[in-house]
Design a protein around this ligand. Structure first.
Ligand SMILES: [Zn+2]
Length: 105
């Protein structure tokens, strides 16, 4: 995940001020653990000292009939729009990055 951040930053684009990421609730790493891990890896890079925030992001389902995406926990597995019950769980990585803030010169 940190390599994604650093790849986005590249060279000569200034320092990273903050990183906003997410982790799935069933992921191996807790949000707190990820933040510690991130700070260790960021040492000596453009992301050193960056503020790191992680949110827990639940699984999402997609309705095959109308394409609506929603969190299945809140709708008993049925599509909230058309009430269809043919759904697909979206495949997703256990963690990722939402947004990277760079320091403006
Ligand atoms: Zn639907």
């Amino acid at each position: 995940m940190l390599s994604t951040v650093l790849a986005s930053v590249g060279h000569g684009h200034g320092r990273v001020r903050a990183v906003h990421g997410w982790v799935s609730p069933e992921g191996a790493l807790s949000a707190e653990c990820m933040a510690i891990h991130f700070r260790e890896l960021a040492h000596g890079t453009a992301a050193e000292g960056a503020q790191f925030t992680v949110r827990i992001l639940g699984p999402r389902a997609r309705c095959v009939a109308c394409g609506t995406t929603y969190e299945p926990v809140h709708s008993m597995g049925r599509c909230p729009k058309c009430h269809g019950n043919v759904i697909q769980m979206e495949e997703r990585l256990p963690l990722g990055v939402d947004r990277i803030e760079l320091e403006t010169p």
